[in-house]
Design a protein. Structure first.
Length: 461
């Protein structure tokens, strides 16, 4: 008799070993980091934009799994769609048929960008980027991709080649022969295009690292320059797409921008089944898949699987029926407005920027001598420690999960589920205000923790 598998029993028996298991069998640095910064929590369940621990304490999620949980956790419509597709016992991934769900999801996705014609489904954001890079090179017959300084497009070898952060690239050379240009610098773009070997420029309309938005008019002007030189514009909407910035795509904030290729992922999954998609113009796809001999020239083993397609269709249905994009715009505006009011109040707070529910809070050098000396202590050890000092009490004292927007940056990035409401936004601002009051009034616990971070940073050198 075959013994059954009992997941609940396994978790009950071994769940308490979670940190030890990670330390022994996975990335051993992760539990070390979590223990150091006090993020070694044990969350028992989650729903929407909230977690609960074993004692029933409620935590507000302002990170959304790095923007994966656009609809929050365990949305009932997405859950039902997945139950339905499993119960249907479909003949999935035969590879020698044309199942309906991929076509239906592609049709729906394309309706949000009518200038695009076709979709390739993969499994992640970095796969969506890899697809765009390959398609752009093949369609144009050119080898070089331009990307923007400080960009993040993924960590597989191809997408790493267009990653603007040296910390991710170090030790993995040689990479593809791609070239960085400053975000917003049209002259630098024009100089590179004059070489005649550029296939495309890939750009995040709002950069995830630091939350920097492309200057007004840049995308439209860049598109014009690229097309004049027979090169393509690739919009990486992996994080910014599906309503994050208050429009379905972030490039839609600027009139006349019609990228040749668009990459999406993260929120399309509903937080359940990994999925990535590369949308593009018909002529590009026809060049890549130019004959029956080339029908499998680009593919993904689990791409277009029924569970991922069902999740994606359910996500788009919820977005329309519950007006998710409008909510992101309205709640994001309130959140940003209330935070912006604090810039003049706190000398450690330098800037608040972003669109919709993608907001960057930047800290900077204070004016007063006492705060300046403490700031200098942190900066001398490692840039980014003050932002981490703010993140920790938000979690420990106020039960709000946030994180810094990148290594060596004094910026906290807010990317909560797009379903958060005004009460959630106000809860964050009130908590953030208390933390900043503590920092400016010389709160001992916060600066003591800062000294702990300094010792840790020095010890890691």
């Amino acid at each position: 008799m075959t013994k059954g598998f009992d997941l609940a029993a396994l978790l009950a028996e071994r769940g308490a070993e979670r940190y030890e298991l990670h330390a022994k069998h996975l990335n051993h640095q992760l539990p070390r980091v979590l223990h150091t910064i006090g993020f070694d929590k044990v969350y028992e369940r989650a729903e929407g934009a909230h977690f609960w621990d074993a004692d029933g304490n409620d935590y507000l999620d302002m990170l959304a799994g790095f923007a994966v949980m656009g609809l929050g956790r365990h949305h009932p419509v997405v859950r039902k769609a997945l139950h339905d597709v499993l119960d249907a016992s479909l003949a999935d991934l035969t590879r020698f048929d044309c199942p309906p769900l991929p076509g239906l999801l592609a049709e729906k996705l394309l309706s949000y960008s009518p200038h695009l014609d076709r979709v390739f489904f993969g499994n992640s954001g970095t796969e969506a980027v890899e697809t765009a890079l390959k398609f752009a090179r093949y369609a144009t017959g050119r080898p070089r991709i331009l990307y923007c300084s400080h960009a993040f497009h993924g960590l597989t070898a191809g997408s790493l080649s267009v990653n603007g952060e040296d910390g991710f690239r170090d030790g993995f050379a040689p990479l593809l022969p791609d070239t960085a240009v400053p975000l917003g610098d049209l002259d630098a773009l024009a100089r590179e295009l004059e070489h005649g070997d550029v296939a495309a420029l890939i750009v995040e309309p709002v950069q995830g690292k630091g939350v920097h938005e492309a200057p007004p008019g840049y995308l439209r002007a860049a598109q014009k320059l690229l097309h004049r030189h027979k090169a393509l514009l690739i919009a990486d909407e992996v994080q910014t797409g599906l309503g994050r910035t208050g429009r379905f795509y972030a490039f839609q904030h600027e009139d006349g921008v019609e990228p040749d290729l668009v990459c999406v992922a993260k929120a399309l999954s509903g937080g359940y089944v990994p999925v990535g998609a590369t949308l593009g113009k018909d002529w590009i796809f026809r060049k890549v898949f130019s004959s029956m001999d080339r029908v499998q020239v680009h593919s993904a083993s689990f791409g277009s699987n029924a569970q991922a397609m069902a999740a994606g269709l359910a996500v788009l249905s919820v977005m329309e029926n519950e007006e998710i994009v409008a909510n992101a715009a309205a709640v994001g505006e309130r959140l940003k407005s209330r935070l912006t009011e604090l810039v003049d109040r706190y000398e450690l707070l330098a800037d608040v920027r972003g669109r919709g529910l993608m907001i960057g809070i930047e800290f900077g050098r204070p004016r007063s001598l006492k705060l300046r000396s403490r700031w200098a202590m942190l900066q001398a050890a490692r840039k980014g420690l003050f932002a981490q000092m703010v993140v920790v009490p938000l979690l420990q004292r106020h039960r709000i999960l946030t994180q810094v927007s990148g290594d060596h940056l004094e910026v906290i990035k807010l990317i909560p589920p797009l379903i958060i409401d005004v009460a959630d936004a106000d809860r964050f601002v009130d908590a953030f205000t208390e933390v900043m009051d503590d920092a400016h009034n010389g709160g001992g616990l916060m600066w003591d923790f800062g000294r702990t971070l300094v010792r840790q940073a020095v010890g890691n050198r």
